[in-house]
Design a protein around this ligand. Structure first.
Ligand SMILES: Cc1ncc(COP(=O)(O)O)c(C=O)c1O
Length: 386
């Protein structure tokens, strides 16, 4: 196969490059304004002021109070803090023992909930999703019990891009007085994350998914939600997340979120056009392929497919040889292709669920990039099927 002329990055759901304006905003906070935000002196206070400005920016985008914004070390940590924090607080207050979730959560949520069940004796109800990866809010309603202490449902799925009916689930949770957490890591910078419109009590985001730095996240915690910190230590972040705060990271997250919000709607229109062209042509030009995820209720930049009888991991390797970055939902354990857990939960049989491919577009992708993929991919699939 002939190599493509330039490299094409189409894995923006894995991570994004840091926007140069974000790098610039962070620059002073490495060695000029380097104080510890807990220090009483001028150095510390200067850093603390920058941190509070970052908090206000995030609060503005989420439509919440600055005091409800907790900076964390990642999206994973935000999920851990939300789920374990609320469950442990409920345990402490003897309020209940039951958590509701869905089967296609990221491991940061899924494994945390499993740990609550396996090590801490919580009961877990996993509400199924349909063939498009969507949960029915009425099923969530039926799963809620008198001893339910938390519902956690992601805003948008990382593997198939499906957007969940969070506002409807939020209204149900409010009716029952049960806190709702949403992992909005894939949705941040792409959907409206106003916490009141969504009706959520806790929401996780991670800067590196919206052109910010890696290793910094935010957990929104609605005032009044009781939380036991998942880490123990000092009193940083109002006692909810101990550890000297990553000021440069927080500044970077806030600037990246502000910039993403500024162009969100316009960029979504552009990405959706590219995505739809990609999806349409792939379905037209390749036999035995299915679109995975919801046909319309999906993230604007997200195209994902299942190819029957082809290993997704092999497609990713072949695309990489052509200079194209994509990803597969299927993990490979010792050479044995393992079906994607997400696709399996959506009802895909194994011969389809091993063949997952995700192409996620970003700010730098053009129509020409899409056309290159459309030229290369059918050849790769045909070659692998031989
Ligand atoms: C839906 C979802 N949740 C959580 C995470 C974890 O975020 P982080 O990489 O910041 O730990 C990811 C990252 O891939 C994700 O896609």
């Amino acid at each position: 196969m002939e190599p493509t002329r330039h490299r094409i990055y189409m894995d923006h759901s894995a991570t994004t490059p840091v926007d140069p304006r974000v790098v610039e905003a962070m620059r002073p906070y490495w060695s000029e304004v380097f104080g510890n935000t807990s220090s009483a002196h001028a150095w510390g206070q200067e850093a603390a002021a920058a941190l509070e400005r970052a908090r206000e920016t995030v609060a503005e985008v989420l439509g919440c109070r600055p005091s409800e914004v907790v900076f964390t070390g990642s999206g994973t940590e935000a999920d851990n803090l939300a789920i374990r924090g609320v469950a442990w607080a409920a345990r402490k207050a003897e309020r209940g023992n039951h958590v509701v979730t869905i089967p296609i959560e990221h491991h940061a949520v899924g494994h945390t909930v499993e740990q609550l069940r396996d090590l801490f004796g919580f009961e877990v109800t996993v509400v199924p999703v349909d063939e498009h990866g969507r949960v029915d809010p009425d099923d969530v309603r039926r799963a809620i019990r008198a001893d339910t202490v938390l519902v956690t449902v992601m805003t948008a799925n990382n593997e198939v891009g499906t957007v969940q009916p969070i506002a409807e689930i939020g209204a149900i949770c409010r009716e029952f007085g049960v806190p709702l957490h949403t992992d909005a890591v894939q949705a941040a910078g792409r959907l409206d994350l106003n916490v009141d419109r969504l009706g959520v009590d806790l929401l996780s985001i991670s800067a590196h998914k919206f052109y910010g730095p890696k290793g910094v996240g935010v957990l929104y915690v609605r005032r009044g939600v009781d939380l036991v910190p998942a880490l123990t230590g000092g009193g940083h972040e109002r006692g909810r997340r101990p550890g000297t705060v990553n000021v440069a990271g927080a500044v970077g997250l806030a600037e990246a979120l502000r910039l993403a919000e500024e162009i969100r709607e316009e960029e979504n229109v552009r990405l959706q056009m590219l995505r739809d062209r990609l999806i349409e042509r792939v379905l037209e030009s390749i036999p035995d392929v299915r679109l995975t995820g919801h046909p319309t209720e999906r993230l604007a930049h997200h195209a994902s497919f299942a190819f029957r009888g082809v290993e997704g991991a092999s497609v990713v390797v072949q695309l990489d040889l052509e200079g194209i970055a994509a990803s597969s939902g299927a993990a490979c354990a010792e050479g044995e292709p393992e079906p994607s857990g997400v696709l399996t939960a959506m009802g895909f049989p194994p011969e389809w669920a091993v063949g997952a491919l995700r192409l996620t577009l970003g700010r730098d992708n053009t129509e020409a990039d899409v056309d290159t993929v459309l030229e290369v991919l059918p050849r790769i699939i045909a070659h692998l099927r031989q």
